[in-house]
Design a protein around this ligand. Structure first.
Ligand SMILES: [Zn+2]
Ligand SMILES: [Zn+2]
Length: 500
């Protein structure tokens, strides 16, 4: 008896030795002989042959292991075998997710692998794929089994925490496409994904989180925020980035108020200027006509801006396939796909999580006009910025002109005339002050945009003259500046993160 078990032990050792040396054909031969009962082998870490083959990422071996085991043991035992947890609680499905091998994952699932099993630290398959930068299994499990992308392990870490900690750039991009992902969620130690990016010196991750509204003021359980952390670890570059965004980075969310303010300003202000300021101007009828023509011109431009598709990638793409089919039938890696639009990213496209579409040559989402700025409308957008400055100045000039003269009614019908005679014209002073305040505030917002645009144009001109054919990404870098007010110089080299 003892001889027999010794013999069996030798076989087991031999089998695992073959696996370690990756002698796959010999492993297959050994496993294929039912007399060896290789499915019973478990090594010191609690790994079965199935764990090891999924870790080796070997489909053929995994197929043989599953097939032979299924043939030779009862179905309830087979289920136990498929879902056997190692000493640390890992299953074969965990390892295939770790490797991101969809073929093996689908094979295991077909053979009753349980996707809900967690390891001893509470990690599930999504956490594990996040650690190794594999977005395809995450997408698959989320879509097929509705697995939660914000799920927490025992230490309170979400998939985003793990992706940040392991510098899994693609998974960070992938997760941030979903607008419900909370970038400021804390784990049990009070650490946010931003803390983890700082602690691992993951600058790209930091920038992505900041753009998505990563809060630099959140303190962990020890009372340390990310700036303190960068200081303590002596990461100067990170410290500078964080410091330059201090109190400025706010997540851009859908905000009806900015949109209401923008559009009502352009309707209400001209009306009150016509009613309360223009009548006081000497040559008021000509001024009125010019003023109205100008606003008609402005509205036409604005209308074209609103009407133009900013560059919805879906509209261009004629080869749309549901992502799940691509994964299941063609074993496609979806790292380059947007999980929401289910479409392949073009070179500079980015998913706008407010409009929830992918925009080609994404520049930024304008919270004032409530529209994305991208490939098709960015020139219109910057034209509007110039027009806005003109508008502020023009309105102030008309207001100031109205100071000099006495009231001269433009219209002869009684209502307006009555109004004028009632000496309600203190209002015009309020309007003057209002327009000056709006002008200053508006210029403060618009001016940097215009300066940036001029710089981009200059750069493009220079590059044309130098006949450089390199892609110019500078214009797209500006979105970082606008969205999180990071010092633009810091972002010169940041191109990869454009592909969300
Ligand atoms: Zn998208
Ligand atoms: Zn948008």
């Amino acid at each position: 008896m003892s001889n027999l078990s010794e013999f069996k032990n030798d076989k087991k050792e031999y089998f695992f030795q073959l696996l370690t040396e990756e002698k796959i054909e010999e492993c297959i031969n050994l496993f294929s002989n039912p007399l060896n009962k290789c499915w019973e082998f478990i090594d010191d870490n609690g790994f079965t042959a199935l764990h090891r083959s999924t870790y080796l990422n070997n489909l053929k071996l995994t197929e043989i292991i599953i097939k032979k085991t299924r043939e030779n043991i009862e179905s309830n035992k087979f289920n136990l075998f498929i879902n056997k947890q190692s000493n640390k609680g890992f299953t074969a499905l965990h390892y295939s997710s770790y490797k991101g091998n969809m073929k093996i994952i689908l094979l295991l699932l077909k053979n009753n692998a349980d996707y809900n099993i967690r390891n001893k630290s509470g990690l599930n398959i999504i956490h594990i794929s996040s650690q190794t930068n594999k977005s395809t299994p995450i997408y698959y499990f989320n879509q097929t089994y509705n697995m939660n992308l914000m799920d927490k392990d025992k230490n309170g870490n979400t998939p985003l925490h793990w992706a940040c900690f392991f510098k899994s750039d693609k998974v960070i991009n992938f997760l941030l496409c979903y607008n419900y992902i909370d970038v400021n969620i804390k784990n049990n130690d009070g650490l946010t994904p931003l803390h983890l990016c700082v602690s691992t010196n993951n600058i790209r991750g930091i920038k992505k989180l900041l753009i998505r509204g990563g809060d630099i003021n959140i303190k962990d359980n020890k009372g340390e925020n990310v700036i303190d952390l960068a200081l303590r670890l002596n990461y100067k570059e990170i410290y500078n980035i964080l410091n330059s965004t201090k109190n400025k980075n706010k997540k851009i969310v859908f905000n009806p108020y900015t949109i209401i303010i923008f559009y009502s300003y352009h309707i209400i202000i001209p009306i009150i200027i016509i009613l309360f300021n223009i009548p006081y101007i000497n040559n008021n009828q000509n001024t009125l006509i010019r003023f109205i023509l100008w606003y008609i011109f402005f509205y036409v431009i604005l209308y074209y801006f609103i009407k133009t598709d900013p560059g919805n990638v879906k509209n261009y793409s004629n080869n749309y396939f549901p992502l799940l089919n691509l994964i299941e039938d063609y074993d496609i890696n979806i790292d380059d796909y947007c999980p929401i639009c289910e479409i392949k990213h073009s070179e500079n496209s980015k998913h706008c999580y407010i409009c929830n579409i992918c925009i080609d040559d994404f520049d930024h989402h304008c919270i004032w006009m409530g529209k994305c700025v991208g490939k098709n409308n960015n020139h219109l957008f910057y034209l509007i910025q110039f027009l806005l400055i003109f508008e502020f100045i023009y309105n102030i000039i008309i207001c100031l002109e109205s100071l000099e003269n006495k009231k001269i009614p433009i219209f002869n019908y009684s209502g307006i005339y009555y109004f004028y005679n009632k000496d309600l014209f203190m209002i015009k002073y309020i309007i003057i002050i209002l327009n000056i305040i709006i002008g200053i505030f508006g210029t403060y917002i618009v001016y940097p945009l215009i300066m940036f645009y001029i710089n981009v144009l200059k750069k493009q001109k220079e590059e044309k003259m130098n006949k450089k054919n390199d892609n110019d990404d500078s214009i797209y870098n500006f979105k970082f500046y606008k969205q999180s007010n990071i010092n633009i110089n810091e972002l010169e080299n940041e191109n990869d993160s454009l592909l969300v």
